[in-house]
Design a protein around this ligand. Structure first.
Ligand SMILES: [Zn+2]
Ligand SMILES: [Zn+2]
Length: 228
């Protein structure tokens, strides 16, 4: 049934979610897609922040994150910020496909399994869905890389990172996660919607490493970039 529905959807023209132009097989038309904010070509091989020269930025050299690298489909700027807000809080669940397809297109496929960033049970009940899991489902279906939605859990209800100063974000998520899976020798991709300081990804990476994973990639829909 889902298959038939997706065939029907791909045959019907639909409107671009940004400009309203008719487009088939996509939620964003080609001209709008070409204008979406992406990461600069010159960036840190680990955290993906802009880096005019060299491979790894000073911050990652000083203090290696517990994740191996970050891959992001977009920069977290207009209109991505608006699309992600509409997806998370405005009931636009269909954007999971748009985000997942874009992420699958930029992700390297040298990973063994995908783990979505877990949501604490209270937050999940409030929102009704895990925004990272719905994107991860699309990425998994597109790439064929297996999804392990239950490998990790968030056991602490923490205040939203966005509400906190950067310096407090690492402390806010400390010991927030547990990993119940045996990940010995595995290369893991963690899917999440937005990455800013990387504190949450780093903390989840701590338990994934403890479970035996040898590499952890953050696959992010949109990465915040410094304003300059
Ligand atoms: Zn358009
Ligand atoms: Zn870096």
């Amino acid at each position: 049934m889902g298959h038939l529905r997706s065939i029907a959807r791909s045959l019907l023209p639909s409107a671009c979610v940004l400009c309203g132009a008719e487009c088939t097989r996509a939620q964003i038309c080609a001209p709008c897609d070409a204008e979406l904010p992406r990461l600069p070509a010159q960036r840190c091989a680990v955290c993906a922040l802009p880096l005019p020269s060299g491979l790894v930025c000073g911050a990652c050299l000083d203090r290696s994150p517990l994740y191996t690298r970050v891959v992001a489909a977009f920069a977290y700027r207009y209109p991505l910020d608006a699309l992600i807000q509409a997806y998370k809080y405005g009931g636009r669940l269909a954007y999971a496909r748009l985000f997942g397809d874009a992420l699958a297109a930029v992700a390297s496929h040298d990973v063994d399994l995908i783990i979505p960033m877990p949501l604490a049970p209270g937050r999940l009940a409030e929102r009704g869905f895990n925004q990272a899991l719905e994107v991860a489902r699309v990425v998994s279906a597109t790439t064929g890389i297996p999804l392990q939605p239950l490998a990790c859990r968030k056991v602490l209800e923490t205040p939203a990172q966005a509400a906190l100063p950067w310096k407090e974000r690492a402390r806010n998520v400390r010991r927030a996660f547990v990993c119940d899976a045996d990940l010995r020798g595995k290369r893991v991709a963690v899917v999440d919607d937005v990455l800013t300081t990387g504190a949450t990804l780093n903390e989840l990476s701590r338990v994934i490493r403890r479970a035996g994973a040898v590499a952890i990639a953050g696959w992010i829909v949109a990465r915040t970039l410094p304003r300059w």
